[in-house]
Ligand binder design. Structure first.
Ligand SMILES: *Cc1c(COP(=O)(O)O)cnc(C)c1O
Length: 345
């Protein structure tokens, strides 16, 4: 039996042999005393890539979002973000528990909203209202289908936010996918935001970690919150080395994941009983529905698993497939064949 073709998430990739070698050979020290040369190098690199003065290495993107809420809001403040985004659905209520803020969902399209949505939602100084203080942009959108925010779209939102005195934070769990698809440097997005983070454990294929970037002053304050949340580390160079390796070797190759996702999407679109969701595939996420077949997503998921292919079942009918470094062209061929076989029976 061949190994599982795991398209359930782009977090399922395992560190390559070369990445593990880089980890084994990393120079290390006490991270929270700034004595880990590998972490220091990663933070400098991430800050420059993201167009900011400084960056801090964190255990997760989830922690980066919690820190952003603490940085940019006071207790009771309101955050504007799209209705399908990660902080609303997948952070265990962390924005309330750790960020003390209210989340105000904006109804966007494919996970994106516009400057006029911000214009309409930003509240004035009326004492009975929560104070609006932050706008969050998820790029690429996750549940919006891996859609890419263009630089112009971010610019328009950022300008409106600034006009209303709001800070802008970018959730960059898949920012490298966005930058590759848009053909722009990460900094083209990063410099438009007060804080921005990049995840190393999604498409970039590292086992753990994210870097949050901003001004020197902002990152100094982020360090205090990281310490409070228990995110300060010790010989973290072992994991930072994987992130540095990913920045050197796994960014350009994201274009291959995008081509494979489009190929998978084309096959799904041609399969009777399945319907593609969220418009054209722009990056590495493919959402589709089993509704036309009347079949439950969990049922198709099990049929695919029996053939060694895993795809995520999100609810009764919706499914999500993610391409990543551990799935090559042959893996996509196998996934397509398994899908056809499962839908034919
Ligand atoms: C995965 C993800 C996160 C959280 O990142 P972790 O490193 O898994 O904590 C945040 N936002 C989005 C859009 C994500 O997909």
């Amino acid at each position: 039996m061949n190994a599982l073709i795991d398209l359930a998430s782009d977090t399922k990739s395992r560190p390559t042999a070369a990445m593990r070698r880089a980890m084994a050979e990393a120079e290390v020290g006490d991270e929270q005393a700034f004595e880990d040369p590998t972490v220091n190098a990663l933070c400098e690199r991430a800050a420059a890539l993201l167009g900011h003065e400084a960056a801090v290495f964190l255990p997760s993107g989830t922690m980066a979002n919690q820190i952003a809420f603490r940085l940019h809001t006071r207790p009771g403040d309101e955050v504007l973000l799209e209705a399908t985004t990660h902080p609303i659905h997948f952070e265990s209520g962390g924005p309330a528990a750790n960020g003390f803020c209210m989340l105000r969902p904006l109804q966007g399209e494919r996970g994106k909203f516009t400057a006029s949505d911000v214009e309409a939602a930003a509240r004035g100084a009326y004492r009975h209202n929560p104070r609006t203080s932050l706008v969050c942009i998820e790029n690429t959108t996750n549940m919006g289908g891996g859609a890419v925010w263009t630089v112009d779209e971010v610019l328009a939102v950022a300008e409106t936010a600034r006009y209303h005195g709001l800070k802008v934070h970018m959730d960059g769990a898949r920012l490298a996918n966005a930058a590759i698809a848009a053909g722009v440097p990460l900094s083209a997005y990063g410099r438009l935001c007060h804080t921005v983070w990049l995840d190393f454990s999604k498409g970039l294929g590292a086992p753990v970690g994210a870097c949050l970037a901003g001004s020197r002053e902002t990152i100094d304050e982020a360090w205090r919150i990281k310490q409070q949340l228990g995110g300060a580390m010790r010989q973290a160079g072992v994991i930072a080395a994987a992130a540095l390796y990913a920045l050197d070797h796994h960014v350009e190759r994201l274009a291959e994941d995008h081509v494979r996702a489009r190929r998978l999407a084309a096959a799904i679109a041609e399969t009777n009983g399945l319907e593609l969701l969220n418009g054209p595939v722009e990056t590495n996420l493919v959402f589709f529905s089993t509704a036309p077949s009347g079949r439950n997503a969990s049922d198709l998921q099990e049929a695919l698993l029996r053939q060694g292919v895993r795809i995520g079942a999100l609810d009764k009918h919706r499914m999500r497939a993610c391409t990543h470094i551990d799935v090559d062209d042959a893996g996509i061929d196998r996934a397509i064949a398994a899908m056809r076989e499962a839908m034919a029976t």
